[in-house]
Design a protein around this ligand. Structure first.
Ligand code: ATP
Ligand code: PAF
Ligand code: BAL
Length: 291
């Protein structure tokens, strides 16, 4: 694997592959890699001739009081993992390579980007959409891989690609989990031992919602209330968002009928906010499928 830090060098390295008609897969990350990232790499490796991973902790998507400065980093370890995963090129630019001048141009998907996580992190998704567009322009991938763990981010990127006719296929990859069900996340390292143990309640809360909906509960507010009560069983868990939404528009749903619904959870443990979600099939949809 070759590590490249400048836009010009990466373009030059990819040019011959593009000329030879080889397909290019891109896996954008902020580094400190775990098995969730490596699943994105595995998918990219199996579906493309050339695989590019990027590691860039993007200042545009961090608010003033967020963890930009202390975001975990370990480039040497990440390089070893990506080499093992069969990645051809690692693009690891410095901020000055990526943004030689302050950015004047912003890509924003304001409706999808201003609610849920966007409501508590104003500007976050514009920062994501802008850097992802820039990465797409630099790499010009055929396919780009994103995790369903960051479901709102995935839907925003899908919408951006559709609206702007960006020539890339977005692939959503199912969430990879630890043994106790907790979604793998770079920020899990911030959890204390006690908080880490307690965090297993998050996927269990998704199971609880799945049970409720499968048993025929059709009122979204009832499901949200019962999930909140379930999370209250763990004193270290501070739920910030428990929301049933339309999986595509992310808008609230008025009733759980035939279409699958998305349950999004943001739960804080100490100073660490964990995200998780699951798309849930209503009871009637299950019968419809069987019939
Ligand atoms: N557990 C996971 N399963 C599948 N994909 C994942 C998982 N965790 C992260 N990803 C995906 O990897 C890509 C890079 O994510 P990122 O580098 O922000 O890691 P992260 O673990 O989500 O970090 P953070 O804790 O900062 O949210 C994103 O598309 C993200 O959705
Ligand atoms: C997509 C991304 C790499 C853009 O900085 C980031 O938001 C992430 O890691 O999910
Ligand atoms: N994985 C989402 C990127 C962020 O939290 O900034």
């Amino acid at each position: 694997m070759r590590t490249i830090s400048t836009i010009a060098d990466l373009r030059e390295a990819l040019a011959e592959h593009r000329r030879a008609g080889r397909s290019i897969g891109l896996v954008p990350t902020m580094g400190y890699l775990h098995v969730g990232h490596m699943e994105l790499v595995r998918r990219a490796r199996s579906e493309n001739d050339v695989v590019v991973a990027s590691i860039f902790v993007n200042p545009l998507q961090f608010g003033a009081n967020e963890d930009l400065g202390k975001y975990p980093r370990d480039l040497a370890r990440d390089q070893a993992l990506l080499t093992d995963g069969g990645v051809d090129f690692l693009f690891a630019p410095d901020v000055s390579d990526m943004y030689p001048r302050p950015m004047e141009t912003v890509v924003d998907v304001p409706k999808l980007g201003s609610e849920l996580e966007g409501a508590v992190r104003p500007g976050h998704f514009a920062g994501v959409a802008t850097v992802v567009t820039k990465l797409f322009n630099i790499v010009q991938p055929d396919r780009a891989y994103f995790g369903e763990k960051d479901f709102q981010q995935l839907q925003i990127i899908r919408r951006m690609v559709e609206d702007l006719a960006q020539p890339v296929t977005v692939i959503g990859v199912p969430t990879v989990r630890e043994e106790d069900g907790l979604a793998c996340s770079s920020r899990n390292v911030y959890l204390t031992t006690q908080e880490r143990r307690a965090a297993a309640i998050v996927p269990k809360a998704l199971d609880e919602a799945e049970r409720l909906i499968a048993s025929g509960v059709t009122e979204p507010a009832e499901v949200e209330k019962r999930v909140l009560e379930f999370l209250a069983g763990e004193p270290l868990a501070r739920p910030e968002v428990v929301a049933l939404r339309d999986p595509e528009t992310l808008e609230p749903v008025s009733e759980i009928e035939e279409k699958p619904v998305l349950l999004l959870l943001f739960v804080r443990f100490g100073t660490t906010k964990l995200l998780d979600n699951r798309v849930l099939a209503p009871k009637s949809a299950r019968f419809a499928k069987v019939a």
